[in-house]
Each structure stands twice: as structure tokens, then as C-alpha cells.
Design a protein around this ligand. Sequence first.
Ligand SMILES: NC(=O)C1=CN([C@@H]2O[C@H](COP(=O)(O)OP(=O)(O)OC[C@H]3O[C@@H](n4cnc5c(N)ncnc54)[C@H](O)[C@@H]3O)[C@@H](O)[C@H]2O)[C@@H](O)CC1
Ligand SMILES: [K+]
Length: 499
Amino acid sequence: MPDLDPLPHRLYRADQVRNLDDIAIRQHGIPGIELMNRAGLAAYRLLRAHWPTARRLTVLAGIGNNGGDGYVVARLARADGLSVRMLQLGDAARLRGEAAASCAAYGDAGGTLEPFQTLPPDTDLIVDALFGTGLERPVTGIWADAITAINAQQAPVLAIDLPSGLHADTGCVMGEAVHASATITFIGLKQGLFVGKGPDYRGEVLFSSLAAPAAVYAQTTPSLRRIDWRQQADSLRPRPRTAHKGDCGHVLIIGGAPGMSGAARLAGEAALRAGAGLVTIATHPDHAAWLNLSRPELMVSGVAEPGELTPLIERADVLAIGPGLGRTNWGRGLWNHVKEQHTPLVVDADALNLLAESPLSRPDWVLTPHPGEAARLLGVSIAEVEQDRPHAVAEIQRRFGGVVVLKGAGTLIRGDSQRPSSVCSEGNPGMATAGAGDVLTGLIAALRGQGLDAEAAACTGVCLHAAAGDQAARGGERGLIASDLIAALRPLANRIGEH
Ligand SMILES: NC(=O)C1=CN([C@@H]2O[C@H](COP(=O)(O)OP(=O)(O)OC[C@H]3O[C@@H](n4cnc5c(N)ncnc54)[C@H](O)[C@@H]3O)[C@@H](O)[C@H]2O)[C@@H](O)CC1
Ligand SMILES: [K+]
């Protein structure tokens, strides 16, 4: 019988999980009711392990197979002597197939149903089995009332497969969604748990493959790949003992209009801490001398007009343009010069806004938009980007080429369109602070300069940035500043203190 499995890195859309279910049933001879019983058993075991003192359960079931899983949990709980209130939403006469069989088995074992009106006040734990992957429209009426009631009470909530109301693919809240304490999800990890609002609603995520054989997964390419620093850190090899600073990459950061020099400095310093051998900042002449004094390891050149970049670009292995660039004639001139170069390039901040004004596609650059810049690149609203982030990142990559990093909670990376996009499952809201994006730009450029290809540099940079954010947040999320991320980089980049 299945127990919990480690969280896989492969994520799927609802239609793909339905396909995996189908393969398990049709090609591997596991009956649908058996899968449902395994799902209910895995959820029940988890529930007992997590909340061993809970005696009074309230299970809310809808009329699809998600509800069917809920009936299995209720039956097992009753058999163990727990007190169970089984609240049905929708017309139980519409239950079909396995869900109907599961409901009948619950009834045969002596269980009773009540229509949902309110939640019992004396419950130790709520089991949310209203909707899973079958949610197909916004939640309204009594369904919304039930979700609101669940969210208003104090008992912990175990969501079956997905928090009800959360879209399985986009992580959008479809009207109302359950705030779960934990979500146990089956067969394949649903991507909506990791993108959009998923991280705010899912609680702890647990997974059971329902003992589906490995062959079930062989024919379906995951829609997303979950990445984290532990997994990505291997792409940073130890330095050879004979390394020379010229071997570790020369990064040229281009940015820092008057009043915005700090952005370029943060990017430069992050590049140094991520192991770049040499970092030069090409910035506005007004503050070049000050910038040079503020961090002596950075080389700084005041650049009044674009032609002055040429000798600097010739010496660089990788360029990063955007931090503090601004959109005045000075910044525009530099962007127009740099976008024609053939050196590996990272494009951020106002350089992305300038790119949005006159679109261009290149196969070799890394673009790092936040949702606002992404919206300008696509000519849509920020809300539209956030409604379906996996689609937005894929669309930017299709139009502009290269590797695209869509920043925000659950940063997405889209490279070669033949491979699934990646989503970083680390980081925290403390990183929503001025300059954090400049640090990321510096990191990606530094990693590119150390020989990683564009997609590997983007994935590794995003995960290193998120891990630094999580380190820095040990001192509290509120008040975290971008320099705290830089301070956390070195031990991580050298894997010091790892267990
Ligand atoms: N054999 C299988 O396919 C398995 C399915 N499993 C469970 O089955 C779930 C999927 O089951 P279903 O496809 O039946 O879908 P769901 O149980 O998620 O819900 C579908 C039902 O809800 C209704 N509905 C959708 N949106 C609504 C809304 N906004 N307001 C009111 N009603 C709405 C639909 O008309 C349908 O009746 C998974 O999430 C998982 O929990 C698991 O038991 C594992 C095995
Ligand atoms: K659910």
C-alpha cells in the first residue's frame, strides 16, 4: 500500500495528470476505485501522523472524484473510531463511477451524510474534498460559502489533491479558495501548487504516487520542472587550484543613471560574490569616481556616450545591462549599442522596458523581467501576466528568444522551448525589496562568465538568489535589504555549512 513519496521535481497540468491516471488504469490494470482507495488511505495515514490527537473530523465532499477520496478518508476514520461529520455539497444523486462507489462503501459501513449548512463548531480537523483537478469555473453560491466558512474557522485543514478553488494549472484563486494547512496530492504534482497563488494556499505539500509504476510517467513530458539550490548547486564546480582571475569571467555591468548608481553597484558586488574574476561597471560619469571608492574591488568607467563602451565590451566575457539604466537619452543610447553586440548578455530593468518599445529576438540572451516588465513586453496588464505565469514566460520566450526569467513568487525560467520551464520553489516575501533584482542580474552574469550556458546560469542564479534570500530571512523577512542577500552568497556558492 502506498505511503508518502519524496516530492518529485516533475510538475504537471490537470489534463496531464488525468492522462497519467488513465495510463495507470488502462495500461497497468490498476482499477480507478483502487487508485481512489489508495488516495484516501494515503490521506488518512497522513492525517493520523500529522494530527494524532484529532478525534473529531469534518469532511466536506463535492460530487466528483475529489469527493470520492473524501469518502474513503471518512470511512477509514470511522473504522478507527473517530467521530466523523460528512458534509455533502451538491446533489449526491449526481455522484458517478468511483465516487458513487466510494460514497456507497461509506454508507454500507454505517456512515451518514448531511447537507452542508454551517460547519460544526467542535471539530479538530477539516478535510477539504470539494474540488480537485476537475474545477472548471469560478466557485460561487453554497460552494463559496463553504470555502469561506472553512477559512474563517480555527481547526487545521487538510486539502485533498488541491486546495478547493485553486486552479490546478495556474495557481489562480477561482473566486474563493481553501487556505490549507497541508495538501496531499496524488499521482503527479499539480503545477498550480507552485505557481500563482498556490504557495499562499497549499500549506505543506505532500505527495503520494499511489504506487503508480514508473512506466506510467514515461510517455508524458512534465509541464514544469521544480528546481532548488540543493539540486542546482552541483553546476558550480570547485575552482581548479591553478585558477587565474581571467579564467573566472569578466563581467561588464552597464547601468546607473544619475540617482540610480546603487543598482549597478549591487549587481556588480553580487557578481563578485558569485565568483566572477573581474567586474567592471560602465556607468554615468557623474558618479563613476564615487562608485569606484565605495567598493574598491569593482572597476568603474564613466561612460558619457555609447561609443565609449566598445573597449570595455571587447574585454568582457559577459554583459549585463539594465540596473539603474533609466530611459533618458543616455540609457537609450547605451541600450541601442549593446543590443547589437554578440557577447553573452543579461537584460534587466529599464533595458527590458526599452526592448518592449522596439522588440527584438535573440537566441543567446537572458531576460529577467518582473511582472510589470513582463506585462510591457507582452503588451498586456500585470494581472494578465499573473493569471497564468507559465503561459506568460513561454510567450515572452517565444517572442524575444533566449532564456526568460519571470521573477516573483515562484520565479519561472523558460529556455529552449522543447524542454519544460523551471520553477524555483524557494525564496520568501522578504525578497520583495529594492535592489533584489539587481543582485539576481549580477549573479546570472557571473555564472554565465564562469562557463554555464544561458539556461543553466539562469536556473542556478535564481536558486542561489532564493537560497540567499531564505538565509537572510532567518533574521526576519520584514526589513530584509538587497545587501543582505549579497552577504549570504559566499557560503552558499561554496556549499559551506551544508549538511
Ligand atoms: N481515478 C482517478 O482519476 C483518480 C482521481 N482522483 C481524484 O479525483 C479528482 C478529480 O476528480 P474529478 O475529475 O471528478 O473532478 P473534481 O472532483 O475535482 O470535481 C469535478 C466536479 O465538480 C464540478 N465542478 C467543477 N467546478 C465547479 C464549480 N466551480 N462549482 C461547482 N461545481 C463545480 C464538476 O461539474 C464535477 O461534477 C482529483 O483531484 C483527485 O482528488 C484520485 O482519487 C486518484 C485517482
Ligand atoms: K480539495
